[in-house]
Write a protein that binds this ligand. Structure first.
Ligand code: AMP
Ligand code: ZN
Ligand code: ZN
Length: 400
């Protein structure tokens, strides 16, 4: 009798473990606050984000190189570093097609061929799990010819911040057979304020405090839903932000004769495409002699950057020191920037997570790489991840 009882308990436990692993009884909302530098959450008045640290997990996440918006949002979605997924920076030159990929070029930005890897909204959708985005880099592009179950076009649909919160609530309120198990939502702040006013400034502080109150309301509304206790909430971002100053400026034209350069995509890192192969060494030598710059030939970058092999890579990759600007003319307006070495302190990203799958009051002792978000989301959704550069083991300690 005792043995039968024990067997029954074991059977019930196995079923419970299996349904947890399947993950279909929980929902996950991931919010990206663009430019959420890790220490904003300690320096600014963000009671809700602090509450999440007490009730859930607090961590610091390392972006991938380069610490820019498009590369890192798409890394969060695919678990691949930018060199592997193809969005190698916000602006790059496609030699084969003779066109520039950039955020302002609608044609290339919306061309699914540039977006490699398998974004989580497709991984899950293929395995029968409904997914939704309220703006997320790549989700408004037909990647592999497809989109999430529900998505919005960043360029044509102007939804303000409270409207995005309403949309998250609406999606989670859909009837069960239509309800997405993954919702990914994007906010352009505090990146905008960080660029305009610098990371340490009262306007940037205000932007973050506003987001904190908005997300607090969102979480309260989520918890009032019938499925409230089944929802995991992750709040994180794509990269940090550092102070820049027009005085810390290096002019590209002072370093290189124009005739050596066919094209310089002067974002971070600056990708230089030589006008002829014989100039590549000269470009690299000239830039290596400039203070506050590092320059490498493609394929020769230090291993830790995991960068420089993509087919669209510039012949020379140039990276200024943190806080330095390398451009054709100094920007009088810009007070903050990012795109620098992804291991630098100011580029690190804040991370909070709360909900049934996360530990309570847990502070992760070491920072983790953002390529681990993809396997984490797949685990929470109970789907099999596609090959990626991350590891669930690196973030497993956050889970119950
Ligand atoms: P950056 O600070 O240069 O890395 O780029 C940030 C900018 O990317 C933000 O101000 C957004 O307006 C823009 N952005 C974010 N998501 C998208 C998207 N899906 N499509 C086009 N632009 C976007
Ligand atoms: Zn960004
Ligand atoms: Zn930015």
């Amino acid at each position: 009798m005792k043995r039968q009882l024990l067997l029954l308990v074991l059977l019930l436990l196995a079923v419970a473990v299996q349904s947890r692993a399947a993950g279909r009884d929980t929902y996950t909302v991931i919010v990206s606050l663009d430019g959420l530098r890790w220490d904003y959450l300690d320096a600014y008045d963000v009671p809700f984000l602090n509450q999440l640290a007490r009730e859930g997990v607090k961590a610091v996440m390392q972006p991938s190189f380069p610490s820019k918006t498009f590369p890192n949002h798409y890394t969060l979605a695919t678990g691949l570093v930018p060199d592997h997924h193809g969005i190698i920076t916000n602006t790059f030159w496609d030699r084969e097609r003779g066109v520039e990929f950039s955020l302002s070029n609608k044609e290339t930005r919306s061309d699914g061929r540039y977006y490699g890897g398998d974004p989580v909204w497709l991984t899950a959708k293929r395995q029968g799990v409904k997914t939704a985005t309220v703006f997320w880099v790549g989700s408004d592009v037909a990647v592999q010819g497809d989109h999430p179950t529900y998505w919005h076009d960043y360029q044509t649909e102007k939804i303000d911040f409270p409207g995005r919160v309403n949309e998250v609530i609406r999606l989670l309120s859909l009837p069960e057979d239509k309800r997405p198990h993954l919702v990914m939502a994007y906010f352009e702040e505090p990146d905008r304020s960080g660029h305009d006013y610098g990371p340490v400034n009262r306007f940037t502080r205000r932007a973050l405090e506003y987001l904190d109150s908005l997300l607090s309301m969102m979480w309260t509304r989520i918890q009032m839903l019938p499925i409230g206790s089944q929802v995991n909430l992750i709040i994180t971002g794509d990269h940090g932000m550092t102070s820049v100053d027009p005085k810390r400026f290096i002019n590209i034209n002072d370093c290189l004769p124009q005739r050596w350069v066919q094209r310089a995509c002067n974002d971070y890192p600056t990708l230089i495409y030589a006008s002829a192969p014989q100039y590549i060494d000269s470009i690299c030598d000239a830039l290596q002699g400039v203070d506050h710059l590092r320059a490498w030939k493609r394929g020769e970058l230090p291993e830790y950057l995991q960068y420089g092999h993509n087919k669209n890579m510039g012949d020379v990759v140039v990276l200024p020191d943190v806080g330095w600007l390398f451009d054709y003319k100094p920007s009088k307006k810009q007070r903050g920037s990012h795109g620098f070495d992804h291991t630098a302190a100011d580029m690190q990203v804040g991370f909070r997570a709360v909900g049934p799958d996360f530990k309570q009051g847990y502070e992760k002792p070491d920072r983790f790489r953002n390529v681990c978000i993809y396997p984490l989301l797949c685990h929470l959704l109970g789907v099999t991840p596609s090959p990626n550069d991350g590891s669930l083991d690196e973030v497993r300690d956050m889970l119950r």
